[in-house]
Design a protein around this ligand. Structure first.
Ligand SMILES: Nc1ncnc2c1ncn2[C@@H]1O[C@H](COP(=O)(O)OP(=O)(O)OP(=O)(O)O)[C@@H](O)[C@H]1O
Ligand code: NI
Length: 260
């Protein structure tokens, strides 16, 4: 891994203990660069989320996971050592999940959770953290950010919880952000603003982003590089211009035609 890269996966295989006979992820290799957005796209069930969960060390004990190389922000991951994953998850990587409702703690206010998140990564006072939190929420289209800070998760809609999760993930200033369909639950104007935020964060803080989606419009808008996944394998990759204008594989062409 060179110092421009924040994620390097070589030959990742995942086989779910409880699932079908075939591999959910079948020899995937990909790289995410600093300050760039790398999209992982493909139809539902092709294995995108499974790749993300494997990188985060979040697959179950009964699942078989192996790789030739997995490197995150200059940390070589040899096996699923719990402590190593905790360190990496806490310090280097943030993930925004497809379903936000499971990710917030129902017992604490939104403000509490954002402030805690900031203070576990940056040495700032509670007041400074509060101000950072309010500013970030405003950037994510919460006009009444001060009121939102006092709310419990159950008082917010799914889309609002998702934006809170995005605030927490961004404020952790991770080297690598993994965003799994982060805007699917949101309406179009909010979605556009959030994509802009993720884009700016990646440029301003040199954060590498692995952006999982099946929305090619979104990919065209923000991605620098693209990996096309099909049946557990990467079938084509390249920069966004190459993929959209000069696709090689039949599957990629079909995928592109389906949105035109
Ligand atoms: N916990 C699990 N146990 C068994 N099989 C699973 C499990 N999670 C996912 N799978 C299977 O693994 C394959 C890949 O699933 P995955 O969730 O990674 O797809 P995806 O590309 O993220 O799809 P989507 O776009 O719908 O989110 C699917 O066939 C799915 O049914
Ligand atoms: Ni998924």
């Amino acid at each position: 891994m060179n110092d421009k890269e924040v994620l390097k996966i070589e030959n990742l295989f995942v086989h779910f203990g409880t699932g079908s006979k075939k591999e959910a992820v079948n020899g995937v290799s990909l790289t995410v660069q600093k300050g760039k957005i790398t999209a992982l796209i493909g139809e539902s069930g092709c294995g995108k989320t499974t790749v993300a969960l494997a990188v985060m060390g979040l697959l179950g004990k009964q699942d078989e996971v192996k790789w030739s190389k997995l490197e995150i922000c200059q940390n070589m991951i040899q096996n699923m050592s719990f402590r190593k994953w905790q360190f990496i998850r806490g310090n280097k990587v943030s993930m925004i999940f497809q379903d936000p409702l499971d990710s917030l703690d129902p017992l604490f206010t939104v403000g509490n959770q954002i402030i805690e998140g900031i203070r576990s990564h940056q040495k700032v006072s509670k007041k400074q953290a509060y101000n950072l939190a309010v500013k970030q929420l405003k950037n994510l289209q919460f006009e009444d950010a001060e009121r939102i800070m006092k709310c419990y998760p159950f008082e917010l809609s799914g889309g609002m919880c998702q934006r809170v999760m995005i605030a927490i993930a961004i404020l952790a200033r991770p080297g690598l952000l993994i965003a799994d369909e982060p805007t699917t639950a949101l309406d179009v104007t909010v979605q556009a603003e959030i994509l802009k935020q993720i884009y700016q964060m990646s440029r301003n803080y040199n954060m590498g982003v692995l952006f999982i989606t099946h929305d090619l419009g979104v990919v065209a808008e923000i991605a620098d590089n693209v990996y096309i996944m099909h049946n557990g394998k990467i079938i084509e990759d390249g920069n966004v211009e190459k993929i959209f204008n000069h696709p090689v594989q039949k599957y990629t062409k079909a995928l592109l035609e389906s949105i035109l």
